[in-house]
Ligand binder design. Sequence first.
Ligand code: FEO
Ligand code: CA
Ligand code: CA
Length: 778
Amino acid sequence: MKGERHPKNDVTMNPSGNESIRDVIERTDLGRRHFMQTTISASVLAAIGGVNMKSIIGAVEAAPLPAGNGFAGIGFESVPPSLAPVADKVTVPAGYTVEVLASWGDPIMKRAPAWDEDASQDAAAQEKQFGMHNDGMHYFPISSHGIGHGRNPVRGLLCVNHEYTHEEILHGAEGLAGGAGVTIAKVRKSQAGHGISVVEVRKNRGKWQVIGTSPFGRRITGNTRMKISGPAAGHALMQSKKFDIQPTGSVEVGINDGYHCHGTLNNCANGYTPWGTYLTCEENWNGYFGWNSGESVDAADPNRAAILNDQARYGIVAGGFGYRWHEADPRFNAATNPLEPYLFGWVVEIDPFDPESKPVKRTAMGRFKHESAQVAVDGNSRVAFYMGDDERNEYIYKFVAAKRFNRHKRADNRNLLDKGTLYVARFTDMPGAGAETYRGEWIALEPDTTSVIPNGAGGYYKLRELPQFAGADDAEVQALILIKTRQAADAVGATMMDRPEWTALRTYYDPEFSFKGYSVYNDQRPLEIYCTLTNNNRRGGGGSTPATSSNKADGTTTAASARPPVDMANPRPDNDYGHIIRWREDGNVVTATGFEWDIFMLCGDSITAKTLGANYQSGNLVNGAAGTGPYYEGDIVDAPAGSADFGAPDGLWFDQFGRLWIQTDQAGDASGDWVNIGANIMACADPNTKEVRRFLTGPHKCEVTGVTSTPDGKTLFVGVQHPGEDSPASNPTQYSNWPQSQFTVNSAGQPLPNTPGLSRPRSSVLVITKDDGGIIGS
Ligand code: FEO
Ligand code: CA
Ligand code: CA
């Protein structure tokens, strides 16, 4: 999701009319075989746009990346960057086919209507259709018995998050503010466009298709009834006003019991469990709350001060993100229903194989702006989930379940996520055992953990001694620590990070053994986690930039208002392009409280004049010393060699063959800082050498996010989110009409409606296959 937190675009395009590198590469690549066999001289080609011949050859003839150390190698050549004007299409390497599997509005269950391209359908239709703006997802194979587990590569349930809605595209020609303005009908449709889609997908006669009549087909939305479990369930702060949610309005009917609630929102990235359930993560849920002018939390409310502080710490403001739900739905009025925000910010577990099951909010995993939840199971059958809180200067967490995972009895794991320890990460500059590695520690967020706040008697307060966590007993203190996870992390001195996005567990490919997804760690193959830190325009001080400040230990910082100094783990001031950090757990067990970390990749554009300037990001701390200029790692092999790399890494995933896949989220229009980088991409990296290949480029003004594959690795599902972002209601195709701009039919061969003036861009899930039937990436 984009918005105010995104990198500034303040560099203009080179206005010369020269043919772009992209054009040259595209031509040579299209006719590559032919080109290599002709006698066109190097000087003729090199004369076109002043392009270096060696670079062109490098692009068209890049050798496969060899396999080694648990990495199966990369067999494809980079596609060129998609530069301005960004083509309204997806590109993949030669030898691959990309199709559209499911798009916003597609019917996914019985009695669902087909998508209406003028967006005049109501909430009831949207509740049976594929939601808007898909994000994280996971493929669950359906066994030959028809349910659960298995390794079926041609039939499965695809669970897909729908992060947010674009109101101007969702509500037809009148948009959100036109016509009758903000109505309950529009709010209900918007709520129905959020949540999760459970979609049965099958490959029939070589064609992947959505089974629109599947009994598994399910929508979970912003209004679906859910359970709350774990240590914070039932707490007084979880007892918001209870509403009967009707199409015509939300009718107040009492008080929630703290064990039940309605809806999940801003489901960004995801996770899954080894027992076959889906995890969806609530990210920017604060933006759906607001209040009207003149309203405020009741002055007589005994929790008023704490509620207002908590709202500030999580970024809840009167205007929200502009959804204006609170104007028609009092459930989202944070002044008159101020406890409702406590019901959001959790990880939600869903059993996709039981359409009647209620989703469960697992409070033991903490409350913040959850990006994703990456599972790891170690050799002791202990289970952990690694999670980022995606906001500027927030933290990285792990949750370690108290009980072991029972791989023989699914039911035993049903409530595994309700008991355990939530830790937050501190990255230090203490040297590690390896070159350019450093030490870090996991700090348990528990009542007896010592804070960094002096107690005036020569020591430091424990969390239980701080007023924000004061409770009647241990259970209540723990509940408050989880409800106010950010404040607890502030109090223990966790490391403020450059917007933690996805986490990914390194896998090791071994041709002798099939990958199990767990218990493969040893001294040679450590338990290693990667995390994208997408960017941060509030980092570093000195010179003309403002003074630095840190999140206050007492938990009173307004969200994203600090400007911490650079540190070893976040070494760049105003980090435009982001980086990827990784850590290895001590002893290769998930219960470790210490780890060794290093920076895997500092992203960037190594040819933009701005970023090559001597003062660009001076003051960085790369490799332990204050630098005076740019520093990059992670080379995309294309022309000119090693240039125009990538930035704003977000989606992150290891396939079962040890390949690291990286998805990006920047402006997507190849303007400003992205002039050489182009549209958003999905790249594939060698975790040993850090070499990167560009696998996919997205359409205009989209984000590439969400990735999963079939167990055989031969079908890849990839998400394209918000093509044509910011299009106005009056001209929905102003920036994009994808996927219709590229495809006339979906992967099942069904036509995509495309009437001029009515049609509009649609977030979609792609299906990508290799033409020789091989494994993606090979
Ligand atoms: Fe929804 Fe942090 O990306
Ligand atoms: Ca993002
Ligand atoms: Ca994301």
